[in-house]
Design a protein around this ligand. Sequence first.
Ligand code: NAD
Length: 730
Amino acid sequence: MSDLSYEIDSDGIAVITWDLEDRSMNVLNFKSLGEYKDILNKLIPDENVKGIILRSAKDAFIAGADLTSADVFGFDQIQEDKVKAAEKIYNGNMEMQLLFRSMENSGKPFVAAINGHALGGGFEICLACHYRVAIDNDKIQIGQPEAKVGLIPGAGGTQRVPRLAGVNQDIMGFLMAGTPFTPKKALSSGLIHEVTDAENLIVAAKKYIADGGKAVQPWDEKGYKFPGGLPYTPKGAMIWAASSSTLRKMSYNNYPAQSAILSAIYEGVQVPIDAGLRIEARYFTKVVMDPVSRNMVRSLFVNMQALNKGARRPKEFEKYDVKKIGILGAGLMGAGIAYVTAKSGIEVILIDTDQAAAEKGKEYSTKILDKQLSKKRTTEEKKEKLLNLITPTTDYSLLQGADLIVEAVFENRDIKADVTAKAEAQIAETAVFGSNTSTLPITGLAENSKRPNNFIGIHYFSPVERMPLVEIIMGKETSQETLAKTMDYVQKIKKTPIVVNDSRGFYTSRVFGTYTGEGVAMLAEGIKPALIENAGKMTGMPMAPLALSDAVALDLAWKVTMQTKKDLEAEGKEFPVTPMYTLLEEMVDKQGRYGKKNNKGFYEYPENGKKYLWPELSNLCKESDEQPEVSELKKRFLYIQALETAKCYEENVLTDVRDADIGAILGWGMAPWTGGPLSYIDMIGIKDFVTEADNLAQKYGERFIPCKLLRDMAAKNESFHSSGKSGQVA
Ligand code: NAD
């Protein structure tokens, strides 16, 4: 035994301690559950044992199933033999269900002593205990986060949670959105029995057993009543009647897990618990068999965690502790960067052309903190501490001693060159210089630097305090050491980094533009604007394409198009004048419709009302008599993003599949159910994807022609994520 141990005290109370070796968190996997089963096989039949306590020797209680181990859900076998895989998943799941059920039926009281996070299977094991006591600390999360990664609670969560707490909005959020509870909230909802302080935890657990606490679950007692009324009662019907339509409206049926959770609860609570657990196991199997769950586990959990832990950081360099940074430009981006940086305890020198502008940049942090104060999410002391770290100024000499500079002045090469020279005159030779440019190639900007090796792109997203991604861009001369240092900074400010090579629009802006661009192209083809917008949302994108084009600004899209035209012509290439080009020209150049910024774009933005599609659009782009199926439009939206991403991979702008998938989901909100653009191609299957892209190219134009990389992969039937090992780089 190495992961679990147990002791039996003089009162006959057994304490099982979870403490997985070589892991910072306790997780449920074949090994730990196997050991747990062996221990129960000894303790349950032992007459001297009066009751059993589960505790953890780590900070968290148990964090859930081991999602990093590829075989834990039998993902691998699904490709090979679907029937066998389903059988394996179902049987494996039922084995765990029965193990937990054996705790409930053992005749001995089981108590969970929850000292830290109890999540997913880690909370379900607690639910199978007869008594649950937790430390009263609001930082502790008690929850069922499975739905967040496309799974469903599969160890009784969908059955025991509603049987304890009924079905209400909070419980729906707990199970379907994975919103965790604090121990206090879990107590008031009826999910745990007691909260106490850390010193008293085991004492309280032992007391339950010593006092002769029941060894029967409420649902196994005669006369048990489902809290709040079953679905067929008038009260229950009120909750259930709208639930499916609400779910559909929110998810457009893109997320099998949420529908499965809803069904498992609805069907499961109407039958005895053993049948309910079997129902849950069937839905669990169905969801795991669906490629969406694999996509989501791989991208949103395994690969995200890997990137956050620095998987892309060159290993050979010592950790770089950034203590002071300089930010050049205190506008929208500079102000946000100052806030997130100071929040992680780093000193910030915030520079602008005049003192008032610099002060205004600091004001941004004050406003955020005041809002937090009013919601009691921070204290006056913490607010002051953070604000004291930010010095607004015009004086470049204050940059002396800065470990890193982030330049966020206007998007203008000359201004950027000027501030680069001024800052470099003050900082050490070893300091990093990062530019937050969104469009200007890093290699070109680095030509203005005395130390191009130290020059790098650090591309934040707006609003900086809310957007989790940072796209790091390597210029031609950027050194690996500079990358390592930059990644240490990004990790310190708790953002997820991806690393890409220099190119126009880098990765995220370049591919993001294909989604909005496709919406505009559809409009130019004569597809009804409302159909385009609905199809975009039904694809699972956070915003409809035309509304998003307005939000980003149509004049910007026009400027980028003009620049591309100029560049192509300078290279002696022909710029294809498409209907999309003509439409943008009409909207921006002739009609002065710049988007949301001047309240005139594809939409009208009345001062006191909701935005609505500009009625004149149908005159500008004559609507076709025959309108396409929504499924065709959805396909176009996803294919165009996936094709451009593959091109970035071929061109070496992307070098790691994880960067591609995570960057897409976090950067521009590409439908998370796809797992990102490369996971999407894998899900379709490379051969089918290439064939379908060729079809789309025939119908809609050259932009759908698959790149050589895809054709080569199709010839060899390869996938981006090497089959079998979720999270592996192909
Ligand atoms: P902004 O116009 O809000 O802010 C720019 C700031 O730079 C202004 O406060 C201006 O006074 C200051 N500035 C101009 N010249 C200066 C100089 N010589 N010395 C010091 N300060 C100077 O612009 P923004 O939206 O914050 O964008 C800044 C940079 O970030 C741009 O390169 C932009 O492309 C990039 N970016 C913007 C976004 C976005 O969503 N806005 C996202 C990513 C990257």
